[in-house]
Design a protein around this ligand. Structure first.
Ligand code: PEP
Ligand code: MG
Length: 938
């Protein structure tokens, strides 16, 4: 039997159904479904996406069976509609539209009124008694057809303003002017008839070909143009952005025309089963009397609200369909309720009313913004319309982001001047006046100004200024650079690595090409996209105490397996993270107590400790520091009472803390009882060429065991005091930058000794805790079986693991990453999304080996990837126990973890490694070669 290329829909039964989107496209499948549900749908047929693919594979030739199948389906359509295509007495007109598998709004072509010519129009006039409407339809057909089929599909690219459509529009304008009309509606039937002739002559003149009068020729021309538009520029770029493959192809829907422009009992409209902007559960929509579908979406006339409930300030004086045509409204309302129940989702509907009779032209799952998606998912779950698993799949993690940060007003952003782009390090939007130093940021803020701190790069000394600024923009740095990390932790908008900007700190301006932006000038940032704009753009606020969001996240919690912790360095961050639902701290970076608010004294003591010349001096300084560390740890354990808190021993290279400023140096040397020269020479000796690979992390604890000792004592004493106060602290001590099990063994003996001493001091039998390590050096992953002999847990430090795995400096990647992405050498920034193929493989090995030694080893991640949805999914596949991320990303991680649970088994990688292989393959050298070849072909 010949392959079926054409699917009929009409009457009570259609050949297709809703689940055939791949073959019939979204529109075709849903038209079929509506017919099967007994809804009033104008009959027609769908030509499958396979025809589109075959058309492009066979030098733009159709399969030979197509013609006969189209004719048969057309015959059935004619029978159903009681009219005949091309007939001079009782003509049927059709629309020809595209319909891809996933909606590509406005990206492909449509031709309406196909089948209308000088002969058929007479029959139609007879039938409708409305010559004005018929001539108007004919001139619309000529305008659309000549543009879409005869010009665009033929590959003609006219000069600006010289397209056939513009020529025809000028003719229309000329006629209106000569008659003294202001609007199109004043044109009479006679005028329009004359215009049809003028249009035909113009088409012939501009394109050198007559407009086809033959109905069949029109039909095949329109079908070809739709297939052709699949490879149009607009459609191709849309597919690139949305990641839609070229070989999906589009279907073509040929459907009987019904008319909303046949007088005042006719109308057309677009509606949603719930409000797509807010998610509220009421029928929402717009309609226009005596109009065609395009008029509603084109925005030429202000549409009326569909019902009374949907009226607002601007539309309250307009008639609703509910009052203007109550019977039709009732029928439509019933249909939308049933359709939503049937599809179990919010739908976007198109309808037409022809002389009082309702027709459904389209239904599809409606697009919605983040707030609406969250509300609808939790409402529909409450209404028992969908399951918890379905609810979590209804909201994309990026949509949740919209709810968590204030953003630039989308319309303002569209109209703004894009200055440059950088890496999107901290999501959300911000607008403010440019300042160039941290001090200025603080001072200007005190004066009540909103500022954006622009720096070449940031360092710990900028912290106060970063806190004071609305947002941070840096010329250098990557996604895990200092600025990015800190800003994300605060939920602050931040763009790093904007390589095109040149900062002149002395004269306080920055340049991007020709543009010079001086101190005090306004700029605006979109930290979600990495866009920098000139000027002060309007913003949209967020509601942090969002009930719908909380209800939705509770559904996520029911579904997910992964726990979600936070990276919090202060008690106040810990409290924020608790409000967002964090189930513990996955990384408490001890060193952050030496930056920011109230850090002056502990920082001074730390510096004193660093600059000490002997162990004795160092111990003295450490003893002074001890109460500060203990207090910070205690407050944090308390804020997370009942939840585990992973406290990491000191990690950064010590010389990072040595002050550069003379005054500070003098104060410190005095306090140490040494001369300034002695001080300077000690500071010089601490200098390292490669500090990231230098004297940091566990290496500090090996050379100066007393540093570890004091920290551990502070942790255990803080926990002991809380236990005595009736609290439930649970510290997890984490040793960073480990590369061999012996380092851990060394530190472990210190921990054991201090533990015993503290238990004794407080008269406690036990202080519940764990001791573990970060896996952030590739060697550590490869020898994880040995390391697990001492470590009760592993936490993947994927920032450093990526840095050392790739050999890319996390602070300097901004300089070359854009070229790597542009040239597709890397599929994405590996500091943002875990590179499953390489770094992911190191993680997999570490999990496997760690478990081989210690089957109950606790596994987590605390690198920045822990809050990025694709990486969270990978952690689920690996079977980790938790992810940890900055407080503001906790809700996104909760959702991403839930979505991963719906789609994959926890630890699935180890069940045949299927998923891992699949995702790894995408970024494999082989897959890249293949995609390169494809590109070349084009
Ligand atoms: C890491 O390396 O992933 C990590 C969490 O540690 P840090 O970012 O502090 O180096
Ligand atoms: Mg690290």
């Amino acid at each position: 039997m010949a392959k079926k290329y054409v699917y009929y829909f009409g009457g009570k039964k259609a050949d297709g159904k809703a689940n055939m989107k791949e073959l019939l496209g979204g529109k075709g499948a849903n038209l079929a479904e509506m017919v099967n549900l007994g809804l009033p749908v104008p009959a027609g047929f769908t030509i499958t996406t396979e025809v589109c693919t075959a058309y492009y594979e066979n030098k733009k030739k159709y399969p030979k069976e197509l013609k006969e199948q189209v004719l048969k389906a057309l015959e059935k359509t004619e029978k159903q509609m009681g009219a005949k295509f091309g007939d001079k007495k009782n003509p049927l007109l059709v629309s020809v539209r595209s319909g891809a598998r996933s909606s590509m709004p406005g990206m492909m072509e449509t031709v309406l009124n196909v089948g209308l010519n000088d002969t058929t129009r007479e029959g139609l006039i007879e039938k409708t008694g409305n010559p004005r409407f018929v001539y108007d339809s004919q001139r619309r057909l000529i305008q659309m057809y000549s543009d879409v089929v005869m010009e665009k599909a033929a590959g003609i690219e006219p000069a600006e303003g010289q397209g056939v459509r513009q020529h025809l529009e000028r003719e229309l304008h000329k006629m209106k002017e000569s008659k003294g009309y202001k609007s199109d509606t004043e044109l009479t039937a006679e005028d329009l008839k004359e215009l049809v002739d003028i249009y035909k002559a113009k088409v012939n003149e501009v394109l050198g070909k007559p407009f086809p009068e033959d109905a069949m020729e029109q039909l095949w021309g329109a079908i070809g143009a739709v297939f052709q538009s699949w490879m149009g520029k607009r459609a191709i770029s849309y597919r690139r952005i949305e990641g839609i493959p070229d070989d999906w192809g589009t279907a073509v829907n040929v459907q009987s025309m019904v008319f909303g422009n046949m007088g005042n009992s006719s109308a057309t409209g677009v509606a949603f089963t719930r409000n797509p902007a807010t998610g509220e559960n009421y029928f929402y929509g717009e309609w226009l009397v005596n109009a065609q579908g395009e008029d509603v979406v084109a925005g030429i006339r202000t549409p009326n609200p569909i019902n009374e409930i949907g009226k607002n300030e601007h539309t309250k004086h307009l008639d609703s369909l509910e009052t203007a045509m109550p019977e039709v409204y009732k029928q439509l309302h019933k249909i939308e309720l049933n359709l939503e129940k049937h599809y179990r989702d919010m739908l976007d509907l198109e309808f037409t009313i022809q002389e009082g009779k309702l027709y459904m032209l389209q239904c599809r799952v409606g697009k919605r913004n983040g707030a609406a998606a969250v509300k609808m998912a939790s409402d529909m779950y409450k209404e028992k319309l969908i399951s918890a698993e379905e609810a979590v799949m209804r909201v994309k993690p990026e949509q949740l982001d919209e709810l968590l940060h204030p953003v630039l007003l989308p319309e303002a952003e569209k109209a703004a001047h894009l200055l440059t782009k950088g890496l999107p390090a901290g999501p959300g939007g911000a607008t403010g006046q440019v300042v160039f130093t941290a001090n200025d940021a603080v001072e200007w803020k005190k004066e009540g100004k909103n500022v954006i701190l622009v720096r070449e790069e940031t360092n710990p000394e900028d912290i106060e200024g970063m806190r004071a600024a609305e947002a941070i923009l840096t010329a250098r740095g990557g996604m895990t650079s200092h600025a990015a990390l800190v800003a994300r932790g605060w939920g602050k908008c931040c763009i790093v690595g904007a390589g095109e900007i040149e900062v002149n700190l002395e004269e306080k301006y920055f340049k991007v090409g020709e543009n010079v932006i001086r101190e005090g000038d306004y700029i605006s940032l979109n930290g979600t996209k990495g866009n920098v704009y000139l000027g002060k753009l309007d913003m949209m606020d967020v509601d942090t105490d969002n009930e719908d969001l909380n209800a939705f996240l509770k559904i996520c919690d029911k579904v997910r397996v992964l726990k979600v912790r936070t990276n919090a360095d202060t008690p106040s961050d810990a409290a924020t993270a608790r409000r967002f639902g964090a189930e513990g701290i996955g990384l408490f970076r001890t060193e952050h107590m030496f930056y920011g608010e109230n850090s002056e004294e502990p920082l001074f003591l730390l510096r004193k400790m660093i600059m000490s010349g002997t162990e004795e001096e160092r111990r003295m300084a450490l003893n002074e520091l001890f109460p500060f560390i203990k207090k910070d740890v205690k407050d944090t354990l308390e804020a997370m009472d009942g939840y585990p808190v992973t406290i990491r021993t000191l990690d950064p290279p010590l010389h990072e803390f040595v002050p550069n400023n003379e005054e500070e140096r003098a104060k410190l040397s005095e306090s140490l009882g040494i001369s300034l020269e002695q001080f300077n020479s000690r500071a010089d000796s601490l200098h390292e060429n490669n500090p990231m690979l230098g004297h940091r992390g566990v290496r500090l604890g090996i050379t100066y065991p007393e540093i570890t000792e004091v920290q551990i004592r502070a942790i255990f004493e803080a926990a002991a005091e809380l236990l005595q106060e009736g609290k439930k602290p649970f510290p997890e001590i984490m040793i960073p930058v480990t590369c061999t099990s012996r380092e851990l063994k060394h530190q472990y003996s210190i921990i054991e000794k201090v533990y015993k001493e503290v238990c004794e001091k407080f008269g406690l039998k036990k202080i519940g805790h764990l001791v573990g390590t970060m896996i952030e050096i590739p060697r550590a992953a490869l020898v994880a079986d040995y390391i697990a002999e001492y470590a009760q847990f592993f936490s993947f430090g994927t920032n450093d693991l990526t840095q050392m795995g790739f050999g890319f400096s996390r602070d300097d990647i901004g300089g070359f990453l854009p070229d790597y992405i542009k040239q597709q050498i890397l599929p994405h920034d590996p500091f943002q999304i875990i590179d499953r193929f390489g770094i992911g493989e190191l993680m997999r090995i570490a999990v496997e080996k760690g478990k081989a030694t210690r089957p109950d080893i606790k596994l987590g991640i605390c690198g920045e990837h822990g809050g990025e949805p694709n990486s969270v999914e990978f952690c689920h596949l690996l079977g980790l126990a938790y992810v940890s991320c900055s407080p503001f990303r906790v809700p996104i991680a909760r959702l991403a973890a839930a979505r991963a649970s719906v789609e994959h088994k926890h630890g699935e990688i180890f069940n045949g490694k299927k998923e891992h292989k699949k995702t790894a393959k995408k970024s494999s050298p082989k897959a890249q070669k293949k995609s390169d070849k494809k590109k070349k072909k084009k």
